[in-house]
Design a binder for this molecule. Structure first.
Ligand SMILES: NC(=O)C1=CN([C@@H]2O[C@H](COP(=O)(O)OP(=O)(O)OC[C@H]3O[C@@H](n4cnc5c(N)ncnc54)[C@H](O)[C@@H]3O)[C@@H](O)[C@H]2O)C=CC1
Ligand SMILES: O=C([O-])CC(=O)C(=O)O
Length: 354
C-alpha cells in the first residue's frame, strides 16, 4: 500500500470517531519516547471471520499498534500472512486453535472480540445467545488467565448480554475491572451519523450524534435532539421517528440485504477500528477522547448502559451523563429499560450457571 493510501485510511479513521472526530491525532512531540507512540499490542479474537479480517486490516494500518495478534479456531495463518505484508508499523502474528490462545493473548493491551455466529434473516440478536455465550465465556476465561490487565472491546452479539457475561467471568476469576470492559456500540453511532447527515443535509464528516442504551432493537436510542450540526430546516417529528427506527433496525437492514450470508462486517470492522483507535489514544494519554460505549454504569438504574464515555490511560475515565433529552427520547429511554434489564440478567444468570 502506498503511503498516500495509508494516509487516506488513517485520516478517515481519525476524522470518524464519534465524539472526538474534531480531536487531531497527537503530534509526534506529544510522545515522550522520542516521538513514537508507545508500543501497544492489540489482539483480535475471531480474526478470520467476516468482521475479523477487515478489522485486522484496519488495525494493521493504525500507527498506534506495534503488535497485532490474530487468533481464530481456523484460518488465521493465511490472514496473518496476507495482512502482515503491508508496510506499516504493526508486527503481525497468526494463532490458531486453543493451544495457541495463551500466546496470542500474552502482554495484550487491547483485546477485540468479534468471535461468534452472526444472524440470518428472521433471527434476533438474542437468538445468538446460546452459542455465542459459550464462546465469549471461554475466551474471557483465557483473557483473565493470560492478560488480566487488558482492555476488552466486545463485539460478539448479543452485546447487551455478552458484556455482562464477560464481567461475571472476570469477577469469578478475580480480575474484573469495570474500567476495562467495553461493549462496542460504535456501529450504531456510525449509522446514526450517516442517516442524520443525509436527512439534515449537513456534511457527514462533521456530524456528532450520541447513541445510548444498548445494542439491539429498541434498546438502541439515538439522541437526535443533541445532533450537531443543526439541520438547515428543523426536522419534523416524523423525520426523527423515521431516523430513530432506521438506526435501531440498521443491523436488520444489512442482515436482510445479505439474504443469509451474515450480518454487517465491513461497516462493523470500520466501527470496531474507530473505537479501538480511540481506546488506544486514551491509553496513550491523549485528552478528550469520547466515544459512546456499553459499560458498567450509574447513568440509569441498570448496571450496564451505553452512553458517552471519556477514555483515558486506565480505560474508562468517566461515564458521562445523558444530557438533554426530548420528550420522544425520554419515552424511548423508559421503553428500552425492561428489555435491556432482562438481557443483562440473562447474561449474568448464564455466566453463574457454569
Ligand atoms: N457489536 C456490533 O455492532 C456487531 C456485532 N456483530 C457480531 O459479531 C460476531 C461476528 O460476526 P461475523 O464476523 O460476521 O461472523 P463470522 O462467522 O464471519 O466470523 C466469526 C468468527 O469467529 C470465529 N470463532 C468462533 N468461535 C471461536 C472461538 N471460540 N474462538 C475464536 N474464534 C472463534 C469463527 O471461526 C469465525 O471466523 C457475531 O456475533 C455478530 O452478531 C456483528 C455486527 C455488528
Ligand atoms: O444486526 C446484527 O446482527 C449485527 C449487528 O449487531 C449490527 O449490524 O448492528
Amino acid at each position: 500500500m502506498s503511503s498516500a493510501m495509508r494516509r487516506l485510511v488513517g485520516s478517515a479513521l481519525k476524522n470518524a470517531s464519534s465524539s472526538s472526530f474534531k480531536t487531531n491525532v497527537m503530534p509526534r512531540r506529544f510522545y515522550s519516547s522520542g516521538g513514537s507512540p508507545p508500543p501497544r499490542k492489540v489482539v483480535v479474537l475471531g480474526a478470520a471471520g467476516g468482521i475479523g479480517q477487515p478489522l485486522a486490516l484496519l488495525m494493521k494500518l493504525n500507527p498506534l499498534v506495534s503488535k497485532l495478534a490474530l487468533y481464530d479456531i481456523a484460518g488465521t495463518p493465511g490472514v496473518a500472512a496476507d495482512v502482515g505484508h503491508i508496510n506499516s508499523r504493526a508486527e503481525v502474528a497468526g494463532y490458531m486453535g486453543e493451544e495457541q490462545l495463551g500466546t496470542a493473548l500474552e502482554n495484550a493491551n487491547v483485546v477485540i472480540i468479534p468471535a461468534g455466529v452472526p444472524r440470518k434473516p428472521g433471527m434476533t440478536r438474542d437468538d445468538l445467545f446460546n452459542i455465542n455465550a459459550g464462546i465469549v465465556k471461554s475466551l474471557c476465561s483465557a483473557i483473565a488467565k493470560y492478560c488480566p490487565e487488558a482492555i476488552v472491546n466486545m463485539i460478539s452479539n448479543p452485546v447487551n448480554s455478552t458484556v455482562p457475561i464477560a464481567a461475571e467471568v472476570f469477577k469469578k476469576a478475580g480480575t474484573y475491572n469495570e474500567k476495562k470492559l467495553f461493549g462496542v456500540t460504535t456501529l450504531d453511532v456510525v449509522r446514526a451519523k450517516t442517516f442524520y447527515a443525509s436527512k439534515a443535509g449537513v456534511p457527514v464528516e462533521e456530524v456528532d450524534v450520541p447513541v445510548v442504551g444498548g445494542h439491539a432493537g429498541v434498546t438502541i436510542l439515538p439522541l437526535f435532539s443533541q445532533a450537531t450540526p443543526k439541520p438547515n430546516s428543523v426536522l419534523s417529528e416524523e423525520d426523527i421517528k423515521a431516523l430513530t427506527k432506521r438506526t435501531q433496525d440498521g443491523g436488520t437492514e444489512v442482515v436482510e440485504a445479505k439474504a443469509g450470508k451474515g450480518s454487517a462486517t465491513l461497516s462493523m470492522a470500520y466501527a470496531g477500528a474507530v473505537f479501538a483507535s480511540s481506546v488506544l489514544k486514551g491509553l496513550n494519554g491523549e485528552p478528550n477522547i469520547v466515544e459512546c460505549s456499553y459499560v458498567q454504569s450509574n447513568v440509569t438504574e441498570l448496571p450496564f448502559f451505553a452512553s458517552k464515555v471519556r477514555l483515558g490511560e486506565k480505560g474508562v475515565e468517566e461515564v458521562l451523563g445523558l444530557g438533554f433529552l426530548s420528550e420522544y427520547e425520554k419515552q424511548g429511554l423508559e421503553g428500552l429499560k425492561s428489555e435491556l434489564k432482562s438481557s443483562i440478567e440473562k447474561g449474568i444468570k448464564s455466566a453463574s450457571e457454569n
